[in-house]
Write a protein of this length. Sequence first.
Length: 365
Amino acid sequence: MQSAEIRYSSEQHASESAHFPTGRVAEMNRIAALDGWRGVAIALVLFDHIQDSILWRHFSDATSTGYHGVALFFVLSGFLITSKLIEGPINFRRFYLRRFFRLMPAAWTYLAFLVVLGAITRMPFTSLKEVISCVFCFRNFLGKMGFAGHFWSLSIEEQFYLVWPLLLFLAGVARSRWIALVGGIACAVFRYIEWSRYGPHFPTGPSFLHADWLLIGCFGALLLHDQRMRTSLTRIAKYLPIPALGIFLLCMTTQSKPLAESFSLIALLIATTLHPNGLCARAVSGSAITWLGRISYSVYLWQGFFVGQHQLWALFAMPAFALASYYIIERPCTRFGHRITRDTTSAERGSDSTASSLQPQVGSN
């Protein structure tokens, strides 16, 4: 659920052998297709949850799409976050301030809504234990409790934000590329082996059960950071969407191909990034789907309460709360986070290093 803006430059790739790039970084317009993929992801989640809300079941296993929507969110998150981190020296202060104001105000507003509504109606919409687990990012380790159960995925993303930037800084780009690939494969293989224990739907449990989605997304971004690999991928990327989409649809119907799903999704993201005017990119770049992608975080937050009501009125009320969350809380707070870190960004452009902006060690790549 990240901003779909990526920057690349030849200077950036040329400096990979020693440090993260420290000079100019070429500006690139926002890639509409990546917003579109976020729109696809939230549409898959909503399609799944609305079926359950109205029918109390799914039409079939193939229409149980929420899990796959979250997979797309995670792969996209790993791809976008890593792309941003390797634009230049990692500024931990700027990164975490922007993440905080991007995510926490809207999430905490939703949690406050549950607490206040529960106090007024004397209905157990949530509990102190659940709220604490959401605030401190370990909701995925708890079972089903209240109307913040969907925070399991947000907790895993926030754990990823805590670990991955530091690992990328310490290991460097080249080593991190291997860490992401091997780690992603290991997590996916473990989940496949343990499928009978966890099943195709396991929205709780250890974070490594879901880490392959994030790590394969990171791997894709690190591949594009290598100029030779980027050039090779540019030549073949236009042929990737059809087989990748076919594999993704197969995974949705069989519910048992975790590694294949991760690689099919990153192939789609790479193809639409390298060929933003291609047929696949244009298919997910329409104004409606990209707008849905931009508001997807607020939609994801509030659908957790309203689709859980199993009432038709709630499905009509949910968009109003989601839009209010986006336009009144999420977007202003995101802009505030960027504004308070803008001076730091400008200062770094005129110096080689700062206390909060760090490069990998020499030779770490």
